[in-house]
Design a protein around this ligand. Structure first.
Ligand SMILES: *Cc1c(COP(=O)(O)O)cnc(C)c1O
Length: 357
């Protein structure tokens, strides 16, 4: 192991690389990690000198508060390589801002902007070979923050770890999904933490999603917790509906996560002259549109899968198949977005962020 000190990150390089053991043509999402990780500790009221070191297990006290009170937030972003080997991030400022919004809601300390970008870019440079070229290939980036203070007393911690880990990902197509519209369970409520990328939001979804799976539906379309009359999100993605040629999505709120993919699709739609409405959407409207043939598409939108088309849904024991057109908005938006992300098209919005490797 070689020990070097960069301007403000302590770097310990891995003596060997695992990269030759990885089959990049057969990756299971989120299971393989690169050679290095970024760690920055918070204590005595401030973030300490960050470190980049070989990827590996952590040692935490069993009473660390993250295990007991769930102070944990994260982000999901990707690095893309174009045909000339240039590396890009997509709107990383949005992820940076969002992890701090999430942290603030969970009474966790915000992370400084220069630490975030310097840490992320230094890590990407060290593990640059892991960013594979090819449309659809990417390096998934997982920044996260957890409460590490040892104590089971029920209040916010005064010690944290902010980390970044990297996982190579392939374009994944898990098949078009069938979804169940929630009538009983909820993922978020007014005044809650639904807008935050908090670990606990995911934990709360697994059980109702398992019930949906038993019933033959892979995901749940979440509805508002008080009436279950309005659609909110699909699984862990924002959700879009196409009725005739109009694109609909619920407005962001304290219950709905402000997705980067979601807001990018809305901007693309507006630029392309596709009618798009951000407004509360009633389940009854979707059912009626399915019945009268005007519901043409439903799809989820998020960084990991980009766009996930829905082929059928169930509501109150009734199953509906969606009769999708030849040319879908799902394909159109996925291509538009990925062409920008992979530097294959103009970037009129200024979304690409080049990482000088
Ligand atoms: C991460 C996430 C999304 C998608 O956000 P992107 O920024 O587009 O990746 C949507 N909904 C929930 C609940 C999420 O956690």
């Amino acid at each position: 192991m070689s020990q070097t000190l960069s301007t403000d990150i302590k770097i310990t390089k891995s003596s060997t690389s695992k990269i030759n053991q990885v089959n990049f043509d057969n990756l299971t999402f989120g299971t393989v990690f690169t050679d290095h990780m970024y760690v920055c500790d918070y204590k005595n009221g401030s973030w300490q000198t960050p470190e980049i070191k070989p990827y590996g297990p952590l040692t935490l006290d069993p009473s660390a508060r993250v295990f007991h009170y769930g102070q944990a937030v994260f982000e999901g972003m990707k690095a893309y390589k174009d045909d000339n080997g240039k590396v890009f991030l997509f709107r990383p400022d949005e992820n940076y801002k969002r992890i701090n919004t999430s942290s603030a809601r969970l009474a966790m300390p915000e992370f400084p902007e220069d630490y975030f970008f310097n840490g992320l870019e230094t890590l990407l440079k060290l593990d640059k070979e892991w960013i594979q070229p090819g449309f659809g290939n990417s390096l998934y980036i997982r920044p996260f923050s957890i409460a590490t203070q040892a104590s089971v007393s029920a209040s916010e911690a005064n010690e944290y770890k902010f980390m970044i880990i990297l996982s190579p990902a392939q374009a994944y197509y898990s098949g078009d999904v069938s979804v169940l519209i929630a009538e009983k369970y909820s993922r978020s409520a007014s005044g809650g933490i639904g807008f935050a990328k908090a670990a606990g939001n995911y934990a709360a979804q697994f059980y109702p999603t398992n019930l949906a799976k038993k019933d033959g539906y892979q995901q749940v379309i979440w509805t508002d917790a008080s009436t279950h009359e309005y659609v909110e999100e699909a699984g862990t993605m924002n959700v879009f509906f196409r009725i005739n040629d109009t694109l609909l999505t619920a407005p962001v709120s304290d219950k709905i996560l402000d997705g980067v993919t979601r807001k990018s699709l809305i901007a693309i739609a507006q630029k392309e002259g596709i009618a798009v409405e951000e407004r509360p959407i009633k389940v009854s409207e979707i059912v009626e549109a399915a019945n009268n043939g005007s519901l043409r598409e439903i799809f989820g939108a998020g960084t990991a899968a980009v766009i996930s088309p829905v082929k059928a849904f169930k509501h109150k024991d009734k199953h509906f198949e969606i009769d999708r057109p030849e040319e879908t908005y799902a394909d159109f938006f996925k291509n538009k977005l990925m062409n920008i992300q992979y530097n294959k098209a103009e970037d009129p919005f200024g979304w690409r962020y080049e990482v000088v490797i």
